[in-house]
Design a protein around this ligand. Structure first.
Ligand SMILES: [Zn+2]
Length: 391
């Protein structure tokens, strides 16, 4: 048999086999290494304890926001390091130091973090207000949310020449906040998902009063290029909540609630990415086994004085152009005239198993194709061909 015919057929069969094999492995093994290699995993998280050093943050009667949020941040990071040792935990600060707002987002961006969690505590003139809030970046829907963002953004006033550094952004002017209207990018859904999980944990596992997931224009969230949230763990302006926030147990519970939300978020995004890569893999696999590239099927049988199996696509009393749509773009279709009938075939091999593989591939395009046999160029029955093969 012509060596080119053999090689091209072998290539087709190999491609088809690879496609079938990949589907098989995928169905049998579920989480294949291929799928995992292509899937997303959360590798780096930046934990940002708000304020620090000369900036105390919100002040309670006997506590400072900067101390509470540092403790919670360190505990949260500790949990992640303990339960997910492969994750790189980066802190914007681990001690009582002042970190410019810009530097916080730079740390996250430079380390190519997958997630940014900023931790703060709230204060309000109304000392009756209590509860947790988790923010994602967006345009505030209420004056109340705007005020929280204004208060947190005002930390830039501790920095010299902040107007230049922050491109004229005035944290106390509501008009400055219009820029956040445009800030609903690719990370929005993920950020909201983590925010929801966080508030859910606060409410159900720690028994805090959840004031819900909110959106507002936080400068630090605007600058980071990954999913991000800003958590307000409670109001230091409320005496009961202040007391809770100051205790080791309160800080522990809040940190573990954020940790559980982090864990659930991680599982969620990683799982959906595995599912996605499986879907992509199946699509790719279908592409591989479905496409029948030209030059793969060689049908020249001019020199054949041998037993030859082919796949018959069509049979017609009238000639059909090889470029016709009925051949579904299958390359190298061969026309044969047998008596007064035109028969259109692809493939050429003396190996019956191999032509069956070719038929399987072609069936994705032409369902009723079937295997035919020729001997010395003449059509013979498959049973006769099998007997010939034995002799
Ligand atoms: Zn704060």
């Amino acid at each position: 048999m012509n060596i080119i015919i053999y090689k091209t057929l072998k290539a087709l069969i190999n491609r088809t086999s690879i496609g079938l094999y990949l589907i098989f492995v995928l169905l049998i093994c579920g989480n294949t290494s291929f799928a995992q290699n292509n899937s997303y995993s959360l590798k780096t998280v930046v934990i940002d304890a708000g304020h620090g050093g000369k900036d105390p943050g919100a002040l309670g009667k006997s506590c400072r926001e900067k101390d509470i949020v540092l403790n919670i941040s360190l505990k949260l990071g500790g949990y992640i390091e303990k339960y997910f040792p492969d994750i790189n935990v980066i802190y914007t600060r681990k001690t009582d130091v002042f970190i410019p707002l810009k530097r916080r987002s730079e740390i996250a961006n430079q380390n190519k973090a997958d997630l940014f969690i900023s931790i703060h505590a709230n204060a309000n003139n109304n000392s009756k207000i209590i509860g947790t809030e988790t923010y994602t970046l967006g345009l505030h829907k209420t004056k109340e949310n705007l005020e929280v963002a204004m208060k947190e953004n005002a930390v830039i006033e501790y920095e010299e020449d902040y107007s230049t550094k922050y491109e004229g952004f005035d944290p106390k002017n509501p008009a400055s906040y219009i820029i956040f209207n445009m800030m609903q990018g690719v990370n929005r859904d993920k950020s909201i998902s983590l925010a929801e999980l966080t508030e859910h944990q606060f409410k159900t596992r720690v028994g805090r009063h959840s004031r819900g997931v909110r959106e507002a224009g936080f400068w630090v969230l605007k600058q980071v290029s990954m999913p991000s949230i800003l958590v307000e763990v409670g109001f230091v302006s409320n005496p009961t909540e202040e007391k809770y926030l100051k205790t080791k147990q309160g800080q522990d519970y809040l940190a573990s609630a954020i940790f559980r939300a982090f864990r659930d978020y991680k599982n969620k995004v990683e799982q959906s990415s595995v599912l996605l890569s499986k879907k992509e893999l199946i699509n790719k696999t279908e592409e591989v086994s479905d496409s029948i590239p030209s030059n793969i099927i060689e049908t020249t049988i001019a020199n054949s004085s041998i037993l030859e199996y082919c796949v018959q696509l069509k049979s017609s009393s009238k000639k059909i152009p090889l470029t016709s749509r009925v051949f579904k773009n299958i390359p190298n279709v061969k026309e044969r005239k047998v008596n007064n009938t035109y028969k259109y075939t692809v493939g050429s091999t003396s190996n019956y198993q191999k032509i069956v593989e070719v038929q399987k591939a072609i069936r994705k395009k032409i369902k009723d194709c079937f295997v035919v046999a020729f001997y010395n160029g003449k059509r013979i029955s498959l049973s006769k061909a099998k007997k010939l093969k034995k002799t």
